[in-house]
Structures are given as structure tokens and as C-alpha cells.
Design a protein around this ligand. Sequence first.
Ligand SMILES: NC(=O)c1ccc[n+]([C@@H]2O[C@H](COP(=O)([O-])OP(=O)(O)OC[C@H]3O[C@@H](n4cnc5c(N)ncnc54)[C@H](OP(=O)(O)O)[C@@H]3O)[C@@H](O)[C@H]2O)c1
Length: 242
Amino acid sequence: MTTAVSKRLHGKTILITGASSGIGRSTAFEFARSCPQDLKLILTARRIDYLREIAAEIVKEIGNGVKVLPVQLDISNPDDVRTLVARLPAEFKQVDVLVNNAGLVKGVAKSPEILEEDINVMFATNVNGLINMTQAILPNMLKLNNGAGSGDIINIGSIAGREPYVGGGIYCATKAAVRSFTESMRKELISTRIRIICIDPGQVETDFSVVRFYGDKDKAKAVYAQVTQNHQERNNDLTLTV
Ligand SMILES: NC(=O)c1ccc[n+]([C@@H]2O[C@H](COP(=O)([O-])OP(=O)(O)OC[C@H]3O[C@@H](n4cnc5c(N)ncnc54)[C@H](OP(=O)(O)O)[C@@H]3O)[C@@H](O)[C@H]2O)c1
């Protein structure tokens, strides 16, 4: 069935960073399901084996109407990002939709105990990586429509960028930076046909907390167990009061 969404996506090339897991992976499937014909997806992350598996799963579910290109990319490495477009095959070079999703959190330490390497990796990935990626893709978007430009940039921020919390000082600061950069760019691009938005998810159960706790799955699971319990308690409260 042709829907309004699938019509708008028809013939488009979409690049998703951090597509090997969680929100990025699901975003790739959603785009493919929304436009199963004549869509190109570029999936990037460091774990290329995961990206290849996801590419195969998408083609298995959707069919060959969606062309998927897995590309290994460390977004925290500026050289890797700068050379990305040049390394893409010709048919994938013009990106219509960029989803800046790659990001991570490390630790729950409070200042002055925050590890310098954690500070650096969060800023290099969530802030510098996202900015470098945007600057790598934007020139080709600006060239379209005789200079009026065309394209969409979707930055994944976080509620943490609006509501900082204890033990999240650096992560929250990186997401506030994403929000602020998005808003500046929105004003810079106002006279073009390029749209830029920031989506701020709340808590989503992905590998996010596993990364936060340096691979400790029990600690990560505990984060979401509490959420489920509260949710159930709220439901119970509702049942009691209704
Ligand atoms: N889960 C939540 O509760 C939540 C809430 C609000 C916002 N967010 C944001 O949503 C985004 C996705 O997170 P998620 O929850 O889906 O977590 P996730 O499952 O851990 O996924 C993170 C993705 O980012 C990629 N990534 C991390 N460092 C990278 C690097 N240096 N270069 C390239 N890719 C890198 C990872 O791929 P590789 O490891 O393969 O490189 C992975 O695909 C993040 O920006 C996060 O801050 C998450």
C-alpha cells in the first residue's frame, strides 16, 4: 500500500549513525518498513558485523526494494568522518536524510571523580562526532534545488539535555550541546529547504545502560527493572482509584 510517508521517502537515501543497536537499529527497520520500494539506507557504526546482520535481516523482511549499505565508521574519529562521503559508492553519495543517532554514556560518577577518558569519549562521540557528521553531509544537501538546498537532519538528543540529573553531568552537558547546536543550525538554515530537528527520547531499554556500566549487564538490567515496577505500581494505583 502506498502511504503519504512512503511517497515522501520514495527514492531517498537515508544515513543513520549508530545503527548497530538500539534506537538506530530500530530506526533503520522503521524507514525500511515505511518505504519498502526504492529506498537506500546507509547504516554506520563501529561494529560492522552487526550492521551486516541487520542489513541481511532488513532485506529478508522487506525484500530488495530497500538497498542497504553497511559502513564501518567511528564517529569520534574526525578523519573517518571527513572521508566518509568520498568513500561512499556513487549511488549513495547524495544523502537526503541524516539521522545523527550514535551516542553513549559512560559511568555515573559525580564531579570531581569523573574519569577524564569518559569525559573525552562522551564529548568526542555525542558532540564532536555529531557536528563533524553534519558538516560532512550538509554541503551536498545545500547544492540541491539550485542552491535552495534539500534534506532533513534528525539529531537524537535526550530529555537529559533538558533535565540534568546527579551522576550524569557530562552526558547531560553533551545532550544540551546537541540541542543548542540544532537550534543554531535551524536558524542558519531557515532560508533553505533543509530541515533540522532534535528528538529528545526519554528512557528506552537498549544497550545504553550496558555501555554506561562498562558491560555490567546486571547493573544495566536493574535500571529498567525499577521502571517496570514503578509502571506497574502506577497501573495498580490507577486500578485502585478508578
Ligand atoms: N536508551 C535511552 O534511554 C536513551 C534516551 C535518550 C537518548 N538516547 C540516545 O539515543 C542514541 C542511541 O542510543 P541507544 O539507546 O540506542 O544505545 P545503544 O543501543 O548503546 O546504541 C548506541 C549506538 O551508538 C553507536 N556508537 C557509539 N559510539 C560510537 C562511535 N564512536 N562511532 C560510531 N558509532 C558509535 C553504537 O555502535 P557501535 O558500538 O557499533 O559503534 C550503537 O549503534 C544515543 O545518542 C543516546 O544518547 C538514548
